[in-house]
Ligand binder design. Structure first.
Ligand code: 5GP
Length: 228
């Protein structure tokens, strides 16, 4: 009887067209279509999470460099070496500022990002843990979201709103690739640029489920965030 119930549940899950994104745990390193390079807007993230006060500033910081497929599935937790701070000792100062955990110890965040996403990202120009984190830092320098928005007269503000398309077009016209946006309660929270896995050049992001903002959105600034 148990077997029949289990088989029925599995069949329903397999046939359900609305089932959520497929995550291939224990996936194969390199078995994906492109990278999502994900940056989080601190004021939006810390509007939802309890953040460490000293880390809160008006900036995007790195969330992660994630292998991704055009159908929205992605590999995770591939085989590979465990996280080692000593393998990236020359990058730690930059990582502390550009890729911090806003809620806890930075090394816990990097350990998670490496084991979930980094181990699957080893392919082409990214050959090991050092080049994974170094690539994240280089992409952060190269795709400066705040600077691109400034060039198009888009600024953080507690009262102005912007259309998601204006924000997407601003990044596209400055860097040459359409990004994907995420919002929380009408605030821009996350921006991902899509990166070619062989050349590490920017490319247009395909439609990705869960990556849309609707209506006019706010890019919150420090002037309405006295509580952090
Ligand atoms: P991911 O979204 O990469 O799969 O998982 C992110 C994990 O890192 C979550 O468990 C989250 O709680 C933890 N984390 C720690 N610090 C941060 C941070 O500053 N930003 C985000 N987005 N997640 C963080």
């Amino acid at each position: 009887m148990k077997t029949i119930i289990l088989a029925t549940v599995l069949l329903v899950l397999l046939l359900n067209p609305t089932s959520s994104v497929t995550i291939y745990e224990n996936g194969e390193p390199g078995d994906f279509d492109f990278y999502l390079f994900v940056q989080q807007w601190i004021y939006s993230y810390c509007g939802e999470q309890t953040c460490i006060g000293s880390k809160v500033r008006e900036a995007f910081t790195v969330h992660g460099l994630w292998p991704e497929n055009t159908d929205g599935s992605y590999p995770s937790f591939c085989s590979g070496p465990t996280f080692s701070s000593s393998a990236i000792s020359d990058l730690l100062t930059e990582l502390d500022y550009d890729w911090p955990s806003l809620t806890g110890p930075n090394t816990d965040f990097w350990t998670h990002e490496w084991s979930k996403h980094g181990t699957c990202s080893i392919t082409g120009p990214i050959t090991n843990q050092h080049s994974y984190f170094q690539t994240g830092l280089s992409l952060y320098d190269k795709f400066n979201i705040t600077q691109a928005f400034e060039q198009k007269d888009i600024y953080p503000s507690s009262y102005k709103t912007y259309s998601p398309d204006d924000m997407i077009d601003a990044i596209d016209s400055v860097y040459g690739g359409k990004p994907a946006l995420q919002c929380q309660s009408g605030d821009l929270s996350t921006i991902a640029v899509c990166i070619d896995k062989d050349t590490l050049d920017i490319m247009d992001c395909p439609y990705l489920s869960g990556w849309t903002c609707s209506g006019d959105i706010t890019w919150p600034s420090s002037d309405n965030n006295n509580s952090y």
